[in-house]
Write a protein that binds this ligand. Structure first.
Ligand code: NAD
Ligand code: UDP
Length: 324
């Protein structure tokens, strides 16, 4: 039985590198660690991130930013101590899987490789952000970490799914070969403020459609399920994994499961919208069911999602309103 997670009260004096810092989840995580007193070094090439997130982080005097493509190489960190590395750089919306597939494959392979080399050199603890997509269209439900997945290796989602599977493999290999102190998380559908309104993922799409009283676009018949986690709960889960002693993957998410039709109806009701539901073709290989089994993380830590769907949707809608 692994030791129970003990969370630090402060990270003053520690340096944390966040790859993908201009993104939705990584910028929220960066701010969390800045508030815990750490120095945060952010890296991003803005392929799907926004400069406004970097402007926000730059208000903290302990934040430093380097614009770079981590798949091509990293800035020179000679003489600089780095304690923790978060490998979070990667486009994550299924619409990107078709538009920038090679960039996705490069960042999850070469980008992760460069970051693991840096972790080895600096003796830093390293965390790889993998995804529930490694389970593909799962044959078991809910998904437990032992399940090895059902991925179509040549399908349209494969640039993302297979490169994340490769990133997991590379991470475990650096751990086994070089004893790098690694962690792996498998993130399930996460939403919240700082997502791009035109990101293409279901929650930003439905919220923006509902706020504008436009048609809600359900793909397929809406019977497919997802489990939605609010971003601050995800950051809490990631923090618990980073301070665990476990090298094998952890599911990170909220196990509350909805059909996509239920989610659409709930969003219309919560936002008091007059939108009508419309149905459109289901994309290829779209997983039919998805829900994390969270026992592994909940057994070794006090992690528990705190933000319910209604509150999370309202907070996300407020954010989108503030952009107008
Ligand atoms: P995001 O697109 O908002 O953030 C990713 C960031 O990485 C962006 O700022 C992007 O510009 C940057 N990036 C991409 N390629 C890069 C490169 N080559 N060099 C430097 N920077 C690069 O997406 P997100 O939803 O915040 O996802 C963050 C991480 O979490 C990703 O690794 C993603 O695969 C993973 N994840 C997210 C979810 C989710 O539901 N949000 C689910 C599963 C996994
Ligand atoms: N989806 C939808 N309408 C949209 C966007 C997405 O019905 O406007 C569906 C999509 O087909 C999938 C689910 O919502 O079944 C979640 O999609 P998302 O792109 O958010 O991420 P995924 O979980 O598929 O990676």
């Amino acid at each position: 039985m692994p030791q129970k997670v003990i969370l630090p009260e402060t990270l003053e004096g520690k340096t944390i590198l966040v790859a993908g810092a201009a993104g939705f989840v990584p910028s929220t995580l960066s701010e969390f660690y800045l508030n815990l007193g750490a120095k945060v070094i952010g890296l991003d090439n803005f392929i799907t991130g926004s400069r406004s997130n970097i402007e926000l982080l730059s208000k903290y005097e302990n934040f430093e930013f380097h614009e770079c493509d981590v798949a091509e190489g990293l800035p020179n960190f000679e003489g600089i101590d780095i304690d923790f590395i978060f490998s979070l750089a990667s486009p994550a919306s299924p619409i990107d899987f078709k538009v920038i597939p090679l960039e996705i494959m490069k960042v999850n392979s070469m980008g992760t490789w460069h970051l693991l080399e840096l972790a080895k050199e600096k003796q830093a603890r390293f965390l790889e952000a993998s995804t529930s997509e490694v389970y593909g269209d799962p044959e078991i439900h809910p998904q437990v970490e032992e399940y090895v997945g059902s991925v179509n290796p040549i399908g349209i989602r494969s640039p993302y799914d297979e490169s994340k599977r490769f990133a997991e493999s590379l991470t475990m290999t650096y751990h086994r070969q070089f004893n790098v102190d690694t962690r792996i998380i498998r993130i399930f559908n996460t939403y919240g403020p700082r997502m791009r309104p035109n990101d293409g993922r279901v929650i930003p799409n439905f919220i923006n459609q509902a706020m504008n009283n436009e048609d809600i676009t359900i793909y397929g018949d809406g019977s497919q399920t997802r489990s939605f986690c609010f971003v601050t709960d995800l950051v809490d889960a990631i923090h618990n994994v980073m301070f665990s002693e476990v090298h094998t993957p952890f599911n990170c998410g909220n196990p509350d499961e909805y059909t996509i039709k239920e989610a659409a109806e709930f969003i219309i009701k919560t936002l008091g919208s007059e939108s009508k539901i419309t149905y459109h073709p289901l994309p290829e290989d779209d997983p039919k069911k998805r829900r994390p089994d969270m026992h592994k993380l909940m057994t070794i830590s006090d992690f528990k999602p705190k933000v319910g769907f209604e509150e999370g949707l309202k907070r996300t809608a407020e954010y989108f309103k503030s952009l107008k």
